[in-house]
Design a protein around this ligand. Structure first.
Ligand code: HEC
Ligand code: HEC
Length: 294
């Protein structure tokens, strides 16, 4: 009897310890929230981040950023909400602090209101304080659209937001981008775009059974997520497919591949909404990072 009580006591302590560990808040470095963003610079960041893709149901003819179509994952379907400045249905009531916390720490306003990683905040967290303020200014300058957001279709236990803290404690490290001083400015810009705002990693890096990125195989290709079958874009694979830097830039601006294919599906949307509208320098930076330094 006594030995059982002791065993139960020990298990309870371990359980409580684990619960406290997995429920602990996940906060990155504090942001400068006194910055006043620039909506014009922010508009280009909306393009780099391809925010419009998930947050707009273009096929249903809905207004940009007024809420997106289902993103199907093994955990259920997610609907990116309305992020226009409508006070009731969008983020019109959000302060820069609220916005910054969502993009940097994956947490919405309120208590333990953890956000689903279907929103690639694990990439956006790398952005600078100034860029977050610019993005906020750009969204707040949009026309407010009174379109209600759609509730996610996820079953128990994934519909209990506080337990997302467990996922975040396992797989998410909020942090800012740290350039590698041994590499060129262009290469670092490319790495920053791929891992940060352009979140190429979120589709092209495989995920484990819990939906965490398999960081030991970066950009090795993925399947099972909302984007379907995503090929690898490691330099070995790109070279084997016949890409050089100019051809990669061609593919990212027109969709034409060296194998005379046209990129479609989720990548077609990335190209149309995002990479085709990038500056030449940003395209060159990504080519430099993915295909090696000159
Ligand atoms: C891959 C799809 C995807 C992309 C790209 C994306 N989002 Fe989202 N976003 C989501 C989803 C899904 C949610 C809902 C998360 C949740 O409810 O936990 C979300 C939530 C948000 C929220 C919180 C809104 C709320 O009402 O809770 C903000 C703010 C936001 N996104 C801004 C952005 C910005 C800015 C960008 C571009 C830099 C962006 N998103 C790009 C999918 C995406
Ligand atoms: C929303 C998910 C998604 C994002 C984000 C994304 N990709 Fe893709 N990518 C795909 C899919 C899906 C394909 C396959 C398209 C096809 O076969 O038509 C693809 C294909 C490609 C290809 C062609 C590879 C080949 O074998 O010919 C390249 C190159 C590529 N992506 C680069 C990028 C870069 C660079 C970024 C970041 C700027 C990026 N992708 C972001 C989903 C994505």
């Amino acid at each position: 009897m006594r030995i059982w009580l002791i065993a139960i006591g020990i298990l309870a302590v371990i359980g409580l310890g684990l619960a406290l560990y997995f429920l602990k808040p996940v906060n990155g470095p504090a942001r400068d929230l006194t910055l006043v963003g620039d909506a014009t610079r922010g508009a280009y960041l909306l393009v780099l981040g391809d925010c419009v893709a998930c947050h707009t149901d273009a096929k249903a003819g809905k207004a940009p950023f007024s809420g997106g179509p289902a993103l199907r994952t093994p955990f259920g379907s997610f609907f990116a909400p309305n992020i226009t400045p409508d006070p009731d249905h969008g983020i019109g009531g959000w302060t820069l602090a609220d916005f910054s916390r969502a993009l940097s720490d994956g947490e919405g306003p309120g208590f333990m209101n953890h956000l689903y990683p279907a929103f690639p905040y694990d990439s956006y967290t790398l952005m600078s304080d100034e860029e977050i303020a610019d993005l906020y200014a750009a969204l707040m300058a949009l026309e407010p659209i009174a379109e209600p957001s759609i509730a996610h279709e996820v079953g128990f236990p994934f519909n209990v937001r506080p337990i997302l803290a467990g996922w975040k404690n396992l797989f998410f490290t909020p942090k800012r981008f740290a350039p590698d001083p041994a590499r060129s400015k262009l290469w670092n810009r490319g790495k920053y775009l791929v891992e940060g705002p352009a979140h190429c990693v979120s589709c092209h890096t495989p995920r484990n059974a819990l939906g965490g990125p398999d960081t030991s195989h970066p950009l090795a290709g993925s399947s099972g997520g909302p984007a379907g079958n995503v090929p690898g874009i490691t330099s070995e694979r790109l070279v084997a497919e016949g890409y050089d830097k100019a051809m990669l830039i061609e593919a990212l601006t027109t969709g034409f591949t060296p194998g005379f294919d046209i990129l479609g599906g989720a990548m077609g949307e990335v190209i149309e909404n995002s990479t085709a509208k990038w500056t030449d320098e940003d395209l060159q930076a990504v080519a430099e990072y993915l295909l090696g330094e000159e």
